[in-house]
Design a protein around this ligand. Structure first.
Ligand code: C5P
Length: 221
């Protein structure tokens, strides 16, 4: 069995939260969001190799949090980049062997064990996998001041973890950065590879705004 890896990206500044401390360090149910996220992957497979991407300026603070919470899950910390793309690239540089790699947003602590399993299982079957959710609300396309209803059945929300073979993801991240690369699937797809979707879980929200924190707090209890 080849090695499994998870790159947990938390290299962003978290500006939208408007909080004093970066959102990944906000405590939910007694510990920082990032610790819940790392635990989810450790719980899925205690042999997984965890790579945490954090801005260099936050490494010291993270070490203090590790002491404070007696956090014992082993992980490698690497520095973040100016865009998510570069943060993932730095994470990939810490992976030296073949296997399967999940890239997961650090601010999605509520990813379920089933979602992680579904993504890795399909990746091991040779697919490039992303978890998605159907839309519940009606959607419209607004362009040049005109709005038009579109069929919501044709659109899905994309979550993480996104799972690939290490080889595929490393090849994809050799491309030059483009602003259309908002996730890993968009980078891999740009190489001409097909993307396979599996069900995500509705609780797997990306904690972005203050309201998301309230929802996550309730869900984690
Ligand atoms: O900015 P966005 O909300 O899309 O970020 C998604 C994830 O990517 C977050 O976990 C964030 O910390 C991470 N990120 C990163 N490096 C950046 C920007 C975002 O690791 N430069």
């Amino acid at each position: 069995m080849e090695q499994k890896y998870a790159i947990i990206v938390a290299g962003g500044s978290g500006k939208r939260m408007g909080a004093e401390i970066p959102k990944q360090f906000i405590e939910l149910a007694g510990k920082p969001i990032l610790m819940h996220t790392l635990e989810a992957f450790y719980k899925y497979d205690y042999k997984i190799s965890l790579v945490l991407v954090l801005p260099k300026s936050q490494h010291k603070y993270w070490n203090q949090l590790i002491q404070k919470h007696s956090f014992t899950i082993k992980h490698t910390v690497v520095r973040g980049g100016v865009e998510r793309f570069y943060s993932v690239k730095n994470g990939l540089d810490a992976i030296l062997n073949n296997g399967w790699v999940a890239v997961h947003d650090g601010v999605r602590p509520l990813v379920s064990q089933d979602t992680i399993s579904r993504c890795f299982d399909e990746a091991i079957n040779g697919k490039n996998v992303i978890p998605v959710m159907a839309l519940n609300e009606s959607i419209r396309k607004i362009k040049n001041g005109e709005s038009k209803a579109v069929n919501r059945n044709n659109y899905f929300l994309v979550q993480t973890p996104q799972v690939f073979s290490v080889d595929t993801l490393k090849k994809a991240y050799k491309q030059d950065y483009a602003c259309a690369f908002t996730d890993d699937a968009s980078v891999v797809e740009n190489m001409g590879y097909k993307i396979t979707t599996v069900d995500g879980n509705p609780e797997n929200i990306k904690i972005t705004r203050p309201m998301d924190l309230k929802i996550a707090e309730v869900l984690l209890k």
